[in-house]
Design a protein around this ligand. Structure first.
Ligand code: ZN
Length: 129
């Protein structure tokens, strides 16, 4: 099994910075160069890389996703979380990041965000190095 990270979310829609947790897995593996695949095995959560310096960026992303994909728009899926599934597909279920000198090769403002769209829940993220 790949390494996994547990993420406990606290809201229906939430972006959680998991960059340091992913970096910890790389450091524990002792890998200096390679690629890190970060994968979300859920149908109502996603993952994305974006700015971590200003939290308004995440708020803006969530606000716009809520406008684009309203919770009640006559969906066929009767579980009541069709919007969550659609948002998960829009953000995607994995990111790949290069590793250089044992560190994630991210831009200075970039962070890896777990994207919750049907929380609060206990979630899992797989990390394969
Ligand atoms: Zn569903």
């Amino acid at each position: 099994m790949p390494a996994s990270i547990n993420v406990k979310t606290t809201a229906r829609n939430q972006m959680v910075d998991i960059t340091s947790l992913v970096q910890k897995e790389i450091s524990q593996a002792g890998v200096l160069e390679g690629v890190c695949l970060v994968y979300v095995p859920h149908t109502t959560a996603g993952i994305t890389i974006n700015e971590g310096a200003d939290p308004s960026v995440c708020s803006d992303i969530i606000d716009l996703l809520n406008k684009l994909v309203p919770p009640d728009a006559g969906y066929r899926h009767l579980e009541g979380n069709a919007d969550s599934h659609i948002k998960a597909s829009l953000t995607g279920s994995s990111v790949s990041v290069m590793i250089e000198n044992g560190r994630l090769l991210l831009g200075i403002w970039q962070k890896i965000f777990f994207c919750e769209f049907d929380g609060p829940r206990n979630r899992r993220v797989y990390v394969k190095i």
